[in-house]
Design a protein. Structure first.
Length: 131
């Protein structure tokens, strides 16, 4: 019973969650730390990204880039690397399922010059003070 209590204290509180939705207009054309931050997991929380939608508002095909920043090792990883989007189109990156993130992790994005890129994201956040 002691081990169950200890394990329970170290787990995120799944009994209550809060939901976060944002929309961002991307202006950056550079990767990594210079990319626009779409979402950052708050302190003492873990998060599950449930929805990630990209929208190209330009008339022509352009490329979009989305990265995941892993705070524990300071490395950026591509979720979409030069994703070619037709003019006035949308692309869902949610078909990958969900993405688990932890305190300080980020979703960042940048675009090809001349593109009008908007990104919508929805996440479920869980209080997780021991992470």
């Amino acid at each position: 019973s002691f081990f169950w209590i200890k394990a329970r204290l170290l787990m995120p509180d799944l009994s209550s969650s809060k939901f976060f939705t944002s929309a961002s207009t991307i202006t950056s054309t550079t990767a990594g730390a210079s990319a626009d931050v779409v979402y950052t997991v708050p302190a003492n929380f873990s998060s599950i990204v449930r929805y990630l939608l990209l929208s190209n508002g330009t008339n022509s095909s352009k490329k979009a880039y989305v990265q995941f920043y892993h705070a524990s090792n300071g490395v950026y990883h591509y979720l979409a690397n030069g994703l070619s989007m037709s003019g006035h189109s949308i692309t869902s990156l949610s078909s990958f399922g969900s993405l688990s993130l932890f305190e300080g992790d980020k979703i960042v994005a940048f675009k090809e010059a001349g593109m009008d890129l908007d990104i919508s994201l929805s996440a479920e956040e869980y209080y997780d003070p021991n992470r």
